[in-house]
Design a protein around this ligand. Structure first.
Ligand code: SF4
Length: 741
């Protein structure tokens, strides 16, 4: 037996290069990750992985990965840092947080977060609750599913927007997503199902993609008009009586009001709004309603259209409900309250968050809760009461609440409604994901912000403006235990493949050590994250080792759970007419509203900015603002930021393939490379998001090329342009012009 074989071990980990948590096998040779492949024995993810895992080893051992805590040694953005030890960093941070809490109140701290990944968000909530903070988490999720989750909870007391049962459906609608790039596992399911010639796919996307290429019907609406399209489908389905009469009768509330409302959305009118052929709209609606069971896969695209975003999801929930596709085999499943084994329930994140420790008078202080009410504690109160009554369990909190990011930046700058003095940026890069980069930058540079701590792997543009950067361990260096913050009734697990590199610490260790320094010691009994996971597993009688070896826990699948006790809403039914929205002062029924900046709503702007700007879409092998470092292979595969433009439009502007072009809105200008795409609408351009350049100077004015190609220099976050229910801002359906550099 050779030594190489002796030193090689295979670890079963959970990938977190995106939110998928695919089960992977990490080969560790001589203590170092050497190769990562899909774990075919993982019963939930079946060995499906995307190309990102192939870069894992080079990513982990890249020389720019941070290994020690850094403290700012010059002005913010001067690029001067000193290495400090953990005790010094955590003592100073905790000391400052304590002073700020004393002087300005616990609400003066904000946590910012990016895409859901780490799997263990309860530790952040636990820290904040014990700190007395009203969950001021300024979350990118406001335009990436958290909004949908809140809408679902309001309408049916569960979430039907996450688990489309593609493998057993006869028709799948893919709405505003290209799973090839954003969720490869979904694409794999669609392709497997596609082998059956009776299976139908409908795709709604203004841009031709790998998914539109396999569609039976591809609808290409004008960006931002999705609610009109959905209401048009409802018009057809209701007026042609294609809905499930028994389900509607027994299990929905407000059908007559809905029926009246959808009369405003005739196929002819909708065709005009969306610029889609009327017959195609009717054909798609009929196909969806009659190919039972059917499911709808949602992407984040329409979460990002501003004022009308929540109404798209409201309309989609109505479509699923009235066609009888809710919680049926092959339809849109509603996860149970958590995995249960032999009647014992896994301890979910909500159990660990300690929401009961947050004083009630603090809750209304959550930033934006009085404006974007569906994401706040008041709405949570309305949904959690029937939820708890029916299920006997607390309603998960994590995905229900978010502070408004646009209002957070403004609060830092204006000290209104109260001073925000400290920010912890946790695995996040708001200078890339948040709209209106200039404002975010001003907030981060503001003297009003007395403490900014970034937890990350790299010196990102956001980290360059911090006071401390704390190096965190990646998914290969820590275990995984994820219920997606209680979104699902399965738990994804994985073991540590290698010990943290350098002096990196895992997220749990950092939150705990900060908490202990702030007087929370009695509430952090588990010394390490493995012990906390063991506590979650305890009711199931399962060990940590058994859990990570399986890689998942899944309870039994039950369909049509509502038939037992109804839906956990105030009416016990799916609320097509939402009593929650009504109580919060919103229109209880869905309706269409033009995007805040469009050829129709702002024709005077369109004269100077004639093209429709879309941004925020994902592309391989990047994930949001990650993977731009040279030397890993991902950047080499996709070296430059690309803007898709129709060849005819490009020709009229004197632009050729590969030309650098400026993209300009009323808010700013960036440059990217033109990619001619005959599959995009003539007046639409698609601009890649989140571009920064780690190889460029990290100090100001460059900040790793922050202002060069970053699409959020162009986007809009005025509060009045945001979705009034959830606060989602505009990455899409804006107006721009494009010209050659
Ligand atoms: S889709 Fe790719 S990046 Fe995402 S979890 Fe799976 S393997 Fe990792």
């Amino acid at each position: 037996m050779d030594t190489e074989q002796v030193d090689k071990v295979i670890k079963k980990a959970g990938c977190a290069f995106c939110a998928g948590n695919c089960g992977v096998l990490v080969e560790v040779k001589d203590g170092k990750v050497s190769r990562i492949t899909g774990n075919k024995e993982h019963a939930l993810t079946l060995g499906n992985v995307c190309e990102r895992v192939g870069y894992g080893s080079k990513w982990l051992y890249h020389p720019d990965q941070l290994m020690r805590p850094l403290k700012r040694a010059g002005g913010r953005g001067e690029g001067k840092w000193e290495e400090v030890d953990w005790d010094q960093a955590l003592d100073e941070i905790a000391g400052k947080l304590g002073d700020i809490r004393e002087k300005y109140g616990p609400e003066s701290l904000v946590v910012t977060e990016g895409t859901y990944r780490s799997g263990m968000f309860w530790m952040r909530s636990r820290f904040l609750n014990l700190f007395g903070n009203p969950q001021n988490v300024a979350h990118a999720g406001v335009i990436c599913f958290l909004n949908c989750y809140a809408i679902n909870m309001a309408m049916l007391g569960g979430c039907c927007s996450l688990a489309a049962n593609i493998g057993r459906s006869n028709c799948t609608v893919v709405w505003g997503q290209n799973p090839y790039s954003s969720f490869p596992r979904t694409m794999a399911s669609i392709k497997r199902r596609k082998e059956d010639e009776n299976y139908k796919i409908i795709v709604i996307d203004p841009r031709q993609t790998e998914t539109t290429d396999i569609a039976d019907i591809w609808l290409q609406p004008r960006p931002g008009t999705d609610t009109a399209l959905a209401m048009g489908w409802l018009n057809v389905i209701i007026n042609e009586e294609l809905y499930d009469k028994e389900f509607v009768e027994k299990w929905t509330f407000g059908f007559e009001q809905l029926k009246e409302r959808v009369q405003e959305y005739t196929p002819a009118k909708v065709a005009g709004i969306c610029r889609v052929d009327q017959d195609k709209i009717i054909a798609a609606a009929r196909m969806y309603a009659t190919s039972k069971p059917a499911c709808i896969v949602r992407g984040v695209a329409v979460d990002q259209i501003g004022r009308n975003a929540a109404r798209v999801e409201q309309s989609r929930v109505i479509l699923r409900a009235i066609t009888g596709n809710l919680d049926v085999r092959g339809g849109d499943l509603i996860p149970d309250v958590g995995p249960e084994v032999d009647g014992n329930l896994f301890r979910r994140e909500v159990v660990l968050e300690l929401d009961d420790k947050l004083p009630a008078e603090k809750k209304p202080k959550q930033i934006g809760a009085d404006v974007f009410k569906v994401m706040g504690w008041q709405a949570y109160g309305l949904t959690s009461e029937p939820y708890e009554k029916l299920t006997g369990q607390p309603e998960p909190v994590g995905h229900r609440l978010a502070a408004s990011p646009p209002l957070t930046w403004r609060a830092i700058l204006t000290e209104k409604p109260y001073p925000v003095k400290a920010m912890i940026t946790w695995g996040s890069n708001p200078l890339m994901w948040a709209a209106n980069t200039k404002l975010v930058y001003e907030a981060m540079k503001s003297k009003n912000l007395e403490l900014h701590v970034v937890m990350d792997f790299w010196k990102t543009p956001t980290a360059e403006l911090a006071d401390f950067i704390l190096p965190v361990s990646s998914w290969m260096e820590r275990p995984l235990c994820s219920t997606f913050e209680d979104l699902t009734d399965v738990v994804f697990g994985g073991e540590r493949a290698v010990q943290p590199l350098g002096e990196r610490k895992d997220d749990y260790a950092i939150w705990r050590e900060l908490g202990v320094r702030l007087g929370q010691e009695e509430y952090w009994p588990w010394e390490k994250i493995e012990d906390a996971i063991q506590y979650q597993l305890e009711p199931l009688g399962m060990t940590y080792e058994e859990f990570t070896d399986d890689g998942y826990i899944r309870g039994g699948r039950e369909y049509k759970k509502y038939e037992k006790n109804g839906f956990p809403t105030a009416t016990g039914k799916v609320e097509l007419y939402s009593t929650v929205f009504e109580k919060l002062g919103y229109d209880p029924l869905s309706y269409y509203e033009e995007p805040p900046e469009s050829p129709v709503s702002t024709p005077e702007v369109a004269k100077d900015y004639p093209l429709i700007l879309n941004t925020g879409g994902r592309f391989m092998p990047m994930f949001h603002s990650e993977h731009r470092q040279l030397g890993i292979g991902m950047r080499e595969r996709h070296p430059d930021p690309l803007t898709d433009i129709h060849p005819e439009t490009a020709k009229s502007l004197g632009i050729s393939e590969g030309d650098w072009v400026y993209i300009e809105t009323r808010r700013g200008r960036i440059k990217q490379k033109a990619r001619l795409n005959p599959g995009i609408l003539l007046d639409v351009v698609n601009v890649e998001a989140s571009w920064w350049f780690p190889e460029m100077d990290g100090a100001e004015p460059s900040l790793h090329g922050l202002w060069e190609s970053n699409a959020n220099v162009l986007t809009l976050d005025d509060p009045e342009s945001c979705d009034p229910l959830t606060g989602g801002w505009c990455n899409r359906a804006l107006l721009c012009r494009v010209y050659k550099v």
